[in-house]
Design a protein around this ligand. Sequence first.
Ligand code: ADP
Length: 390
Amino acid sequence: MNDLLDQTARPVLVLNAGSSSLKYQLLVPETGEVSASGVIERIGEAGSDVADHAAALRTMRATLASDGVDLDAVPLRAVGHRVVHGGPDFSEPVLIDDAVVARIESLSPLAPLHNPAAVTGIEAARGHFAVPHVAVFDTAFFSTLPPEASTYALPRDLAQQHSIRRYGFHGTSHRFVSQATAELLGRPVEELNQIVLHLGNGCSASAIRGGVAIETSMGLTPLQGLVMGTRSGDVDPGLHAFLARQVGLSIDEIDTVLNKQSGLLGLSGVNDFRELAQRVDAGDEAAVLAFDIFVHRLKHYVGAYLAHLGRVDAIVFTAGVGQNSARVRAALADGLEGLGIRVDPERNETGGGCFSNAAVISPEGSPVVVAVVPTNEELAIARQTADLVR
Ligand code: ADP
């Protein structure tokens, strides 16, 4: 009994290694209590003090120590690593060993920016912490997509040979939010058909039947689907050849335009939704059009998912924009009354429209519940990590 009590008081360290950043959080999965969190940026960049991820971990230790958290004295239970791409290999969290690291590395062609960074972070952390390490994949929740949803209409051999298919991303968030929505509604997740809209810097939508993902808007890479802060989302695939032949852009330049210079930024000059909203209020035409395109594309996916699910119990908004922009939530619902989708203006605006707790924002008795449910990817990763090492 004492062992069990001790075990559940022990924190998990969650690490999210990006190409030039390392986000960390030290938390107890059972209670959600966070004892430390932070981010180290500009790793490996010119003029930065932090040369690589191993150095970043030393910086993290030192920062924590100066905040009064001595990592050597903390009875760490495990380290949970966010890994963006699990490819066709990983459909669940896994305990990390050398073979797993090699497999994650071998998936780098599918996520050239993300997976090498994750591997560097994992290797550095394994050197620092002699506890079990677990990899939690952003793609895993979408490994249940049926073949008709996950398969692109490409030559079979080509697709199979190179593992080209729809993988989906933000899965940890979609899974967490769909379960939290079930708790909010006091109903088993198995009974609910949900559409989850994760709207942050990156944006994705998913259709979830009974807790199982059947569709999502992102694809082989996180570029497909909704309009995002700096990513275009859906474009005509013929655009790539057009940009190469007519504009003379290289593959790398096309990649940069679509990933870093498009979306809200490309349309309006700003990628931060708060600034976009200010410009909309000021009557900036480009900002108004950017907002309208963002909502138009969102409706497009909601409509498609209504058709795929047949019956929808809940439409759920989450992440920075989803939790904080009453304007986006109202705009999505506008004109959908005939489909049973309505947002109560007062509920939507509660607390200035910014939600840090889950809440229903549709009117009482609506056929479709519209809700705001905060995501918490670190907590979700910590819980999955703890489940695996228990
Ligand atoms: P990430 O994908 O980096 O995790 P977040 O989920 O933190 O992103 O979302 C970031 C987005 O949320 C930004 O576009 C930001 O402007 C937007 N956002 C944050 N707070 C607000 C707010 N109060 N109103 C509108 N948008 C907000």
